[in-house]
Design a protein around this ligand. Structure first.
Ligand SMILES: [Zn+2]
Length: 438
C-alpha cells in the first residue's frame, strides 16, 4: 500500500490536530516579531468568536463550492469524515466559496448525468443560463434559474429516471431557486437541506467573503501584508504544476465590483518597492475582469469600509492555518495549492495544519444509477463514471433517495469512519418513489 491509500481514522486525525495545536504557539513565537504575534492572536480569537466558535476548541475546516446538487458525491465523503471527527470533540466548519467565478469550475453551471446511450456515457445539463457571457462574475452575482429555465434544463432527466422522481427533484430545487435572490446562496441552501435530511449537516458555516473579510478586519490583513513578499519568494521554490504563484506586486486578495457587475477585480500594489515593507496604506490598483472598471484604494480603506475581499488560494490556506482559524483541513482530494502552501509556510518556520482527504479510488458511494438500469450502447462507460463518483450528486439522490442514504450514513458513522470508508447501497429506488423531502 502506498502512503496515499493508507487509511486514516478519525482518531488518528484527531491526534494529528492535537499535536499541531500544541506546537502552534511555539512556532509563531520563534519566528515572528511581537507586534505580528499579537495580531495573529487577535485575529484568531475575534474571528472565532464572531463565528460562534470557542477560541480553545479544535476546529477542522472543509471548503465547498456553490454547485448545489451538481456537485460530485465525493463532497459528501468530506462530511462523513467531519461528522466522525465530531465524536472526538472536533468542531467542523463548512466554508462556501460564493465568490468563485463562473468559469473556474464546470460544475457551477453544469449538472453531469449518466446516460447509457450517449457516446461519452453522460450528458451535461446547463443549469446556469448565460454564464458564458459572465465568466468572470462571482456566483453570488447570478440570479437563480426561473422555474421555466429549470424545467427546460432538467427535461431530459424525465426519460432517464421517470416522471415522479424528476418532478420531485424539480420541485425541491425550484423551492430554493424561487425564494433566494442569487444562485450561490440558493445552492448553499439546496446542499445544506439535503445534508440535513441524510444526517450530515454541519452546524457552523460561513461564506468565503464573510470569513476572509472578518480575518482581514481582525488583524489578518496586517499579518498578510507583513508575510506576503517572504511568502511569494519562498513559494516560487515549491512550484507545482497547475498552481499559479502570484507576483509579489499582486495583492494577496481579490476585490469585487459589487456596485456594478459582481465581476472579480484583479489587484496590484502600485509603486511596489522590494526594499520597503508593505503597509496598511499602500496603494492598490484594481480592475474588474468583467467590465474593465478600475479604481485605486488601500487595504486600510478596504477594511474601514467593510468591503468584501477574498484571499487568493495560497494566502487563504495560510490565513486559515497559520492564524489558527482552523486546526485541520479536510479536502476532497484536489486542493493542489496545499502542495505549495505547506512547504512554503514551513520553510518560514510557521505552522501548517494537518490535511486529510477521502480516498477517492473507485468513488465513495457504491450504487447502481437508475439512469443506467435500462441499459444502452454505452452503459459500461456510464456505469464506470458512476462508480468513480464523477457524475452529479443529483444522480445519487434520484437513484437511492434520502431515506436509504440516511440509514447507511447513520450505520457508517456508528461503525467508525476512515478515509477509506465506502457506502454501499443494495437497492435502487423504484420508479414512483419520493427521492427527497421538501
Ligand atoms: Zn465590473
Amino acid at each position: 500500500m502506498t502512503k496515499e491509500t493508507q487509511p486514516i481514522s478519525t482518531q488518528e486525525f484527531t491526534d494529528k490536530i492535537s499535536l499541531h495545536r500544541e506546537s502552534l504557539e511555539e512556532k509563531i513565537y520563534n519566528s515572528l516579531p511581537p507586534k505580528i504575534i499579537e495580531l495573529i492572536k487577535r485575529t484568531r480569537n475575534k474571528t472565532r468568536q464572531t463565528l460562534g466558535i470557542n477560541p480553545e476548541n479544535f476546529v477542522v475546516i472543509l471548503g465547498e463550492q456553490t454547485y448545489g446538487l451538481n456537485e460530485c458525491p465525493k463532497v459528501i465523503g468530506k462530511r462523513i469524515f467531519a461528522k466522525g471527527l465530531e465524536k472526538h470533540g472536533i468542531q467542523p466548519i463548512e466554508l462556501f466559496a460564493v465568490y468563485d467565478i463562473a468559469s473556474s469550475e464546470g460544475a457551477i453551471y453544469r449538472m453531469q448525468i449518466p446516460h447509457p446511450n450517449s457516446p461519452d456515457g453522460f450528458i451535461s445539463l446547463n443549469i446556469l443560463k448565460g454564464w458564458e457571457q459572465k465568466k468572470n462574475v462571482a456566483t453570488v452575482g447570478f440570479r437563480p434559474p426561473t422555474l421555466e429555465e429549470l424545467s427546460k434544463a432538467l427535461s431530459t432527466i424525465t426519460s432517464l429516471y421517470g416522471k415522479p422522481k424528476s418532478d420531485n427533484l424539480k420541485e425541491y430545487l425550484g423551492k430554493f431557486y424561487l425564494t433566494q435572490s442569487n444562485y450561490a446562496n440558493a445552492n448553499i441552501e439546496i446542499l445544506r437541506e439535503f445534508l440535513r435530511q441524510i444526517g450530515l449537516q454541519i452546524a457552523t458555516w460561513a461564506s468565503d467573503g464573510v470569513l476572509d473579510t472578518l480575518i482581514a478586519k481582525n488583524g489578518g490583513m496586517e499579518v498578510m501584508l507583513y508575510l506576503w513578499p517572504k511568502l511569494i519568494e519562498e513559494a516560487k521554490k515549491h512550484f507545482v504544476d497547475g498552481v499559479r504563484i502570484p507576483e509579489i506586486q499582486e495583492a494577496p486578495f481579490f476585490l469585487y465590483h459589487l456596485e456594478g457587475c459582481y465581476g472579480r477585480m484583479l489587484t496590484k500594489f502600485t509603486n511596489f518597492d522590494s526594499n520597503k515593507e508593505l503597509q496598511i496604506d499602500s496603494q492598490v490598483f484594481s480592475k474588474c475582469l468583467h467590465c474593465g472598471f478600475s479604481e485605486t484604494t488601500t487595504p486600510q480603506e478596504i477594511i474601514e469600509s467593510g468591503r468584501i475581499i477574498t484571499w487568493r488560494a495560497i494566502p487563504r490556506v495560510i490565513a486559515y492555518s497559520t492564524l489558527g482559524i482552523a486546526d485541520g483541513h479536510i479536502t476532497g482530494g484536489g486542493s493542489r495549492y496545499n502542495k505549495v502552501a505547506k512547504p512554503t509556510i514551513e520553510r518560514l518556520g510557521l505552522p501548517y495544519f494537518p490535511i486529510t482527504n477521502m480516498n477517492l479510488d473507485g468513488g465513495i458511494f457504491v450504487y447502481e444509477s437508475s439512469a443506467c438500469k435500462k441499459g444502452g450502447k454505452y452503459k459500461e462507460k456510464s456505469d464506470q463514471l458512476v462508480k468513480e463518483g464523477k457524475v452529479a450528486m443529483a444522480d445519487l439522490i434520484l437513484s437511492i433517495g434520502v431515506r436509504q442514504l440516511r440509514e447507511v450514513v447513520e450505520e457508517t458513522l456508528n461503525n467508525g469512519v476512515t478515509t477509506n470508508t465506502k457506502l454501499v447501497f443494495e437497492r435502487t429506488l423504484p420508479k414512483n418513489s419520493q427521492i427527497i423531502e421538501f
